[in-house]
Design a protein around this ligand. Structure first.
Ligand SMILES: [Zn+2]
Ligand SMILES: [Zn+2]
Length: 60
């Protein structure tokens, strides 16, 4: 797993990690400043944003 980027730390303060309730491990946000905000993680491959996006999508 790649470490969180500086941009990731801004998006998921303080450490750039995102963990949903169903996850056993946190995901590091690897987004760059070029990413859209919010980012869906599909273009940049950020597993934190992808997980967040999938989690939101699966609520319905
Ligand atoms: Zn991200
Ligand atoms: Zn991104």
């Amino acid at each position: 797993m790649n470490g969180p980027t500086d941009e990731g730390k801004k998006r998921y303060p303080p450490n750039g990690l995102y963990q949903a309730k169903y996850m056993t491990q946190p995901h590091a946000c690897t987004c760059t400043a070029e990413c859209t905000d919010p980012c869906d993680g599909e273009d940049c491959g950020c597993s934190a944003c992808l997980a967040l996006h999938d989690g939101v999508a699966s609520i319905d």
